[in-house]
Design a protein around this ligand. Sequence first.
Ligand code: GLV
Length: 368
Amino acid sequence: MLGPGPSNVPPRIQAAGGRPLIGHMHPEIFQIMDDIKLGIQYAFQTRNSLTLAISGSGHCAMEAAFFNSLEPGETVLIAVKGIWGERAADICERIGAVVHRLVKSPGESFTLEEVEQGLAKHKPVLFFITHGESSSGVAQPLDGLGNLCHRYDCLLLVDSVASLGGVPIFMDQQEIDILYSGSQKVLNAPPGTAPISFSEKAQKKIFRRKTKPPSLYVDMGWLSNYWGCDGKSRMYHHTGPITNFFSLREGLAMLAEQGLENSWKLHKENALYLYEGLEKLGLKLYVKDEAIRLPTVTTVEVPQGYEWKDITAFLMKNYSIEIAGGLGPSAGKVLRIGLMGYNSTKANVDLVLVALKDALQQCHKNKI
Ligand code: GLV
């Protein structure tokens, strides 16, 4: 599965997920949840006490972030440079927030100056930006954004679903107030759990809100207790996805054993190797600025004379390789190749390049 996720699950994580079920309120599962919390704190580079995994996919974590931190009528600023900003704005409109968008073309990133103009103009209480924009293949630089938002009395919320473990991120050092990710990308666990963490500033805002969060399922008051973050004895809230907790714990353990620096380096090296091979095939990378290419998801322009669907279908049929087409604003324009965690290897790059070379020979519209 060399698309933008889910990525393949390594045998060790699969074995963890195959363990017999235990109860969602047994002391053993609480120990596992505590381990997950430590693993997320390491992966996010944070000491935040309110750190846990949402029982749901990255979308659920996105909703959890907004549902808890935003109240109806409050102003939010959303950086839109691909599908995730569009989704975030949609969620905020459903909450009844006053939503402003800062828009860039897919394939580009935002500068600090552009963000500052937006903050000065709209005075939001919350600013959202995607770190790894998987629809366009862009890694948004984050340095300075947290400090900037705080100077404007605004919280910084970052989506790192497609980038966590593949691109450096330092939640505390970069002053990110709310950060979430997903289990099914670099962490190589099945979809269904989503790490999330809240800074002290974010906790102050969410625990002093005037209205209840619109969802009970992702209410951080409840989840903070269920995850042992509030120092009180744990109460039943919902039935956690126990099997997915086993897998997520293993994925986080593998990342910790490898070390974040090694993981970041490996993703970068294999992405560079892929770019070189794609260019040798005459293909064009969609993100022109090398400095902002996302090493976990590479976007390639659909070559002239080809239909993207013919290429993805050819790879699946003849090589059992999944790559994807574009998503949201990049739909129809790109092919997306994912190299995440266990899948980020030179051997996988070689494999996908051989398959693409064949596809370029076989799928030209004049030939079909
Ligand atoms: C989903 O995360 C995608 O980028 O396709």
